[in-house]
Design a protein around this ligand. Sequence first.
Ligand code: SF4
Ligand code: SF4
Length: 127
Amino acid sequence: MLFECTHCGRCCKLAVRLTKEDIHRIEMLGYKRKNFVDGFVHPRMKRLNNACFFLEKMQDGIFYCKIYSARPITCKRYPFRLVTRGKNFELVSDPKCPGVGKGAYIDYRIWLASQKTTRMNFKEKGN
Ligand code: SF4
Ligand code: SF4
């Protein structure tokens, strides 16, 4: 698969679910839960100006994540996700992401390992 982020910021305008580990990691940076979490049973990232609380637009017009190293697992995996196909998993990408199909080839096994995903029994789809 080919992928290179263009920093368009589109994915940071989508709803982002948060795991307990995500919240803990972000709190460790010094942010208070009440300032960045919406909801309790199904916590999500708080939004500001119709985008993620942590999205920042630089003067050059490029978008950056203020908590990049501690960003939620959903953000780390985007624009890819694993879809169950019977006993297998298939790696699919969001066709609306402008970075998909551009840039360097990314080996899906290395990519999965970097996302701390242990499921290896899947087929690559597209790209
Ligand atoms: S939508 Fe794709 S290209 Fe745009 S910021 Fe997100 S990952 Fe990068
Ligand atoms: S945490 Fe960072 S990468 Fe994730 S949606 Fe917010 S700004 Fe984007």
